[in-house]
Write a protein that binds this ligand. Structure first.
Ligand SMILES: [Zn+2]
Length: 272
């Protein structure tokens, strides 16, 4: 398994900790991930729930939702991508329409190949001077994202988020677009990041295109496939759901292949 440390990390008793470990992958974990992802709620809360059940340790502790919510956004995106590497690092395909010539082309990538940028100087907070006031500015965490008012426009949410990251809290109406730009740049310079976009030349006209990558792709996995695998194993071997869910994924897949192979052979025999 991949032991790339967190690109940011958590300060625990004054020490920056960048270590984490995922639980071994078995049906029980896959099912709890799929169920956490299917829960009602905003994306930030789902990410927190998924990571809290997927991680065995985080910064030397047994993680709960409170600890996971204190991770900065870049670390959370990093962990979600590491989780999708763990679940399935096979090639993904994206389709894009070229912005120059309009033709449609495909592009492939593996989650493990996407670049990661480590946190910069000052992480996770720094001083920023605006007019006469010296602010402390910190990076947003999962808790900041989850507290946002989803009824507001995206722009209003971003402003509200920004105001919460500043100490003392500013009067938003006094911040100019230049001030906001300055704050955004300061955040960017500190933030750990995973690639959220990929550059791809169009194979027809060579124009450079920018494709978006979803850092939370593993939230899309529905439990349906897993449930039907449980059903096949339970009806073939008469194991309990608990026993099946405790199987490491590789062994579960192996049994399913055996069952499949058996069916094919029987199919060929009856075909004669
Ligand atoms: Zn093109």
């Amino acid at each position: 398994m991949n032991h790339q440390p967190l690109p940011g990390g958590l300060y625990i008793d004054g020490t920056l900790r960048r270590d984490y470990r995922f639980n071994p992958l078995c049906g029980a974990l896959e099912l709890s991930l799929a169920e956490a992802a299917a829960e009602e709620g905003c994306t930030a809360d789902k990410v927190t729930a998924v990571l809290a059940s997927a991680l065995a340790t985080l910064a030397g502790r047994e993680p709960d939702t409170l600890l996971v919510a204190t991770l900065v956004v870049g670390d959370r995106q990093f962990l979600m991508r590491q989780l999708s590497v763990l679940l399935d690092d096979s090639q993904r395909w994206l389709s894009a329409r070229c912005t120059a010539c309009g033709s449609i082309f495909d592009l492939s990538y593996r989650p493990s190949m996407l670049p990661v940028k480590n946190a910069g100087q000052g992480f996770p907070e720094m001083s920023v001077q605006i007019d006469e006031v010296c602010y402390r500015l910190r990076l947003p965490t999962g808790a900041d994202q989850s507290g946002l008012d989803l009824g507001k426009s995206r722009e209003e949410q971003q402003l509200e988020l920004l105001a919460g990251l500043l100490h003392p809290t500013p009067d938003l109406s006094t911040l100019s677009p230049q001030d906001i730009e300055k704050l955004d740049q300061a955040l960017e310079s500190m933030a750990p990041e995973v690639a959220l976009q990929m550059l791809a030349p169009c194979p027809h006209c060579q124009a450079e295109n920018t494709l978006d990558l979803d850092p939370y792709q593993s939230l899309d996995s529905a439990p349906d496939a897993l449930l039907s695998e449980i059903h096949v194993l339970a009806s073939t071997y008469h194991w309990s759901q608990r026993e099946i869910l405790d199987l490491p994924r590789r062994r579960r897949r192996h049994y399913l292949q055996l069952i499949d192979g058996n069916r094919d052979t029987r199919g060929m025999e009856t075909g004669h």
